[in-house]
Design a binder for this molecule. Structure first.
Ligand code: SF4
Ligand code: MG
Length: 327
C-alpha cells in the first residue's frame, strides 16, 4: 500500500515559564492512498492542531517543535510560507465545521470558488467559473449555474457544506482533511454529507482524514481510526477492530458513551473526570487520573504496544501484546 501522507513524531506546543508545553506530543500517522482515516477524541485532545499543522495553518500562539510531514514522499514542513500556499489546495485541502467555514458572506459563491482556483492556476476567469459550476454539480448542488450567483446566506447549512467541499476539491487535491464536517448539521443532512464524501472518494480516488469527536461518523466512513487523548495517540486500529475490541480504557469509555441505538437514549458521558491541562500533564500515563485499571506502573509512561490483533495501544495492560480476557 502506498502512503500518500506520513507524519513522523509531530510535536506542537508553546513555551510557558521557560518550559515547553506540548499540546500535540509525538504524533505519527500514515494515510494510505484512497483510504479514509479517522482521528477521534474529545475537544482539546490535539486533533485539530494536528490537522492544522498538515495545512501549514497553525495559530501563531503555538510553535512547531518537532516532526516531519511528507505528502507523496515530498517533505512539506520545511517549505516556506509561499511554497506552502501552493501545497494547500493543490495537494491537500481542508473543510471545517460549518460555523467556522471560510465562506465569505459578502461574496457570491461562484466568485469565491473562482478566486480559489485562480490563486493556484493560470486559467481564464471564464474557465474557472465553468469549473466552479462543474464542481457544484459534482457535489450534488441542484441548478449550479444559479447557485454560483447566490450568496452563502441564501443556502442551507447542508448546501453551504457542499459548497465548501466543492471549493476544497476545485484544484484536485489528493488529500482532503475534514474537521468535524458534519457536527453543526442535523442528522439527516449529516448522513447526506457523509454519503457525498464516500461517493467523491470513490469517484476521485481521494484520501481523506476525518477529525471528529463522533464515533458514529467514524463507523460510517473510515477504514482506520486513531484515538487521541491529551495530545497523544492512545490507540490505532481498523474500524472493525476498534468497535469489536476497543483496547485502551479511554477508547472503551468513548464507546460506552455512544447512544444506545435500540432505546435511542441520550448518552451520558461515562468517563469520569477531565483531561489534564497541557501545563499539568502527568509524567506517566496521561489517562491515569481517570483510569479504573491504573496501577503503580502507570506512573511510568507507556509506549504504543502492538497487539496480536494488529491494533496498537498506549497502555501497560497490553505490554505483552496479548489481549486481556473480556476485552
Ligand atoms: Fe490505565 Fe495504566 Fe493503561 Fe494508563 S497505562 S490507561 S493508567 S491501565
Ligand atoms: Mg476541534
Amino acid at each position: 500500500a502506498v502512503n500518500i501522507l506520513e507524519v513522523k513524531d509531530l510535536k506542537i506546543g508553546f513555551e510557558q515559564d521557560k518550559k515547553d508545553i506540548a499540546i500535540v506530543n509525538g504524533v505519527s500517522l500514515q494515510l494510505e492512498k484512497g483510504k479514509t482515516l479517522g482521528i477521534v477524541g474529545e475537544s482539546g485532545c490535539g486533533k485539530s492542531m494536528t490537522s492544522l499543522s498538515l495545512m501549514g495553518l497553525l495559530p501563531s500562539e503555538v510553535d512547531w517543535q518537532n516532526g516531519d510531514i511528507y505528502i507523496d514522499q515530498m517533505q512539506i514542513n520545511k517549505k516556506s510560507k509561499k511554497e506552502w500556499r501552493n501545497v494547500r489546495g493543490k495537494k491537500i485541502a481542508m473543510i471545517f465545521q460549518e460555523p467556522m467555514s471560510s465562506l465569505n458572506p459578502v461574496y457570491k459563491v461562484g466568485s469565491q470558488i473562482v478566486e480559489m482556483i485562480l490563486s493556484h492556476e493560470h486559467i481564464s476567469k471564464k474557465e474557472a467559473l465553468q469549473r466552479a459550476v462543474d464542481m457544484l454539480q459534482l457535489v450534488g448542488i441542484p441548478r449550479p449555474e444559479r447557485v454560483v450567483n447566490e450568496y452563502p446566506h441564501q443556502l442551507s447549512g447542508g448546501m453551504r457544506q457542499r459548497v465548501m467541499i466543492a471549493m476544497a476539491l476545485a484544484c484536485g487535491p489528493e488529500i482532503l482533511i475534514a474537521d468535524e464536517p458534519t457536527t453543526a448539521l442535523d442528522v439527516t443532512i449529516q448522513a447526506q454529507i457523509l454519503e457525498l464524501m464516500k461517493d467523491l472518494q470513490e469517484k476521485l480516488q481521494m484520501s481523506i482524514i476525518i477529525i471528529t469527536h463522533d464515533l458514529g461518523v467514524v463507523a460510517e466512513i473510515c477504514e482506520r481510526v486513531i484515538v487521541m487523548y491529551a495530545g497523544e495517540i492512545v490507540e490505532e486500529a481498523t474500524v472493525l477492530d476498534l468497535f469489536n475490541h476497543p483496547l485502551h480504557p479511554y477508547t472503551q469509555g468513548l464507546l460506552n458513551s455512544l447512544p444506545d441505538i435500540e432505546t435511542e437514549q441520550e448518552y451520558l458521558p461515562s468517563i469520569e473526570g477531565v483531561v489534564p491541562a497541557p501545563a499539568d500533564m502527568p509524567a506517566g500515563c496521561r489517562f491515569f487520573d481517570r483510569c479504573e485499571y491504573a496501577t503503580g506502573k502507570c506512573k511510568n509512561k507507556p509506549s504504543l504496544f502492538t497487539t496480536n490483533i494488529g491494533s496498537t495501544v498506549r497502555c501497560w495492560l497490553y505490554e505483552s501484546g496479548e489481549l486481556k480476557g473480556g476485552m
